[in-house]
Design a protein around this ligand. Structure first.
Ligand code: NAD
Length: 489
């Protein structure tokens, strides 16, 4: 069955191109899928444009749009097992993690469905003149290009698709070329839920080939992108000539700050999940551990001890605690960062190589790695390696902790561990990041905004602001008793 979804119909790529998808856990062929080119991108944009300009979706009442999203949430729950399996085969991540993601994905559709159905976004403006009816309404932006990465394929897609549809937009989705299957599954569910033809369109393929036309075409009103910083910069530039609205969710190099008075066991435990969850392929990974000098030796010894115990394995290995990296190229990049860190003086405390286990040799595995004695100038500290690599730096006091934490171009997330409430509040308010966790790491909820300061992005996903990204406020002024103004007598 063809895998591109354009104007409500499944289609093969015009040029007949295909791509093989391999499971990163063992290299096996998952499937061969259609690979779109610029002509397919143009057809998808045209379909979304027509659906926006003359189709029913933008004119569907908000309550009805909300109901459709709730139906999609139900369908996602119905198909959870199949979708989680597809996600795990594409990404190599553990099945339980994919199942957990699927819960969050259904919740995301439910949240935006309820939010938009509740209405209340229209605002009456009091001008003081009883003859003037002035109000601000929120309209959809138009045709949205949605581009997503491979680490949380369907979750990142849901964070865009749900609010974009809730607001009444039409879209063209381009998932990562490495992980297309759950996006295909979502299109089926949107059609089954009753979304009108052309409102949702899917093209699959490489960023430079099929992503670029989606970011430059003048028929597109908005580009919402999640991915790496370098690609984000390209997209910002590509969208500039036609002054598109943009929303960017980019990378992070997130600090996890541990003071001596932290709850020791919980802080060590969360420091591990902060960085090694999904083998570090998480935008909000706590990849920079900043630990107070007096606590350093005890904390890092315990952390290294537990990191050595983390078992690697494929999606269906019930004993595994984390999986492979997404590709050979990505693993090579992680290895290069570790090598550079060691050259620059970091001390290897564990990992730093591929596992010996013969059962893992066909996958792109890399051992959980801790680099101690790191300094702010090292590339492994500054850049997002996006792998299972923790760098450790020491600080003396609160002031130095904040300076080190903010010494990055990124500003996505950060954590602080202390039992001193005043200090927790002070540090949280000084961290330049879109999310700060106090005595925790990683949780998020669809009600709360997610996004980055500095070069971690532009705009927000989730929460009311996540819906507002896909809306244009319009001020409508109605004079109910017009009289001549005589400005120009
Ligand atoms: P990437 O930037 O390589 O690719 C992301 C998407 O952009 C893919 O679909 C890709 O095909 C497409 N693309 C690539 N070049 C393009 C171009 N020139 N024009 C248009 N599209 C193009 O990122 P990735 O490696 O897939 O994902 C990992 C990155 O995503 C990490 O940096 C991570 O931090 C980031 N991320 C951020 C968040 C967040 O919420 N801030 C969430 C998840 C991932």
């Amino acid at each position: 069955m063809p895998e591109l979804f354009i104007e409500g119909r499944w289609a093969s790529a015009v040029d007949g191109q295909t791509r093989e998808i391999h499971c990163p856990a063992d290299g096996t062929l998952v499937a061969t899928v259609d690979e779109a080119g610029p002509k397919d991108a143009a057809a998808a944009i045209e379909a979304a444009r027509a659906a926006f300009d003359s189709g029913p979706w933008p004119r569907t009442p908000a309550a009805e749009r909300g109901r459709l999203l709730l139906r999609v949430a139900d369908l996602l729950e119905r198909d959870q097992t199949a979708l989680a399996r597809a996600e795990s085969l594409d990404t190599g991540k553990r099945l339980v993690e994919s199942e957990h993601d699927l819960d969050d994905i259904a919740n995301c559709f439910r949240y935006f469905g309820n939010l938009v159905a509740a209405g209340g976004t229209e605002r009456v403006v009091d001008t003081g003149d009883p003859d003037i009816d002035s109000r601000v309404v929120h309209e959809p932006v138009g045709v949205c290009t949605l581009i997503t990465p491979w680490n949380y394929p369907l979750l990142q897609t849901a964070w865009k698709v749900a609010p974009a549809l809730a607001a009444g937009n039409t879209f063209v989705l381009k998932p990562s070329e490495l992980t297309p299957h759950t996006a295909i599954g979502l299109m089926r569910l949107l059609a089954e839920a009753g979304l009108p033809d052309g409102a949702a369109n899917l093209v699959l393929g490489a960023g430079p080939v099929v992503g670029v036309p989606l970011t430059v075409d003048e028929r597109v009103d908005m580009v919402s992108f999640t991915g790496g910083l370098a690609t984000g910069r390209h997209i910002m530039a590509a969208a500039a000539p036609t002054v598109k609205k943009i929303a960017l969710e980019l990378g992070g190099k997130n600090p996890n700050i541990v003071f001596t008075d932290a709850a020791f066991d919980a802080a060590v435990d969360h420091a591990l999940t902060a960085v090694f969850l999904h083998s570090g392929q998480v935008c909000s990974a706590g990849a920079r551990l900043l630990v107070q000098a007096e606590l350093h030796d005890r904390f890092v010894d315990e952390l290294v001890h537990r990191a050595r115990e983390i078992r690697l394995g494929g999606p269906f290995d019930e004993h595994a605690r984390t999986g492979p990296l997404i590709s050979a190229a990505h693993r090579a990049k992680v290895e290069a960062y570790v090598a550079a860190g060691l050259d620059e003086g970091a001390v290897l405390r564990c990992g730093g190589r591929r596992p010996d286990d013969p059962a893992l040799q066909n996958g792109y595995y890399y051992l959980p790695t801790v680099l101690d004695d790191c300094t702010p100038g090292m590339s492994v500290v500054r850049d997002e390696s996006f792998g299972p690599v923790l760098t450790v730096e020491q600080f003396r006091d609160e002031e130095e902790a904040v300076l080190l934490a903010n010494d990055t171009v990124y500003g996505l997330a950060g954590g602080v561990w202390t039992t001193d409430e005043g200090r927790a509040r002070r540090v949280a308010s000084r961290l330049r990041a879109g999310t700060v966790w106090i005595n925790d790491f990683h949780p998020y909820v669809p009600q709360a905004e997610w996004g980055g300061m500095k070069q971690s992005g532009v705009g927000r996903e989730l929460g009311p602001a996540g819906l507002a990204e896909y809306q244009e406020p319009k001020h409508i002024w109605r004079n109910t008793a017009p009289t001549p103004q005589r400005w120009f007598a």
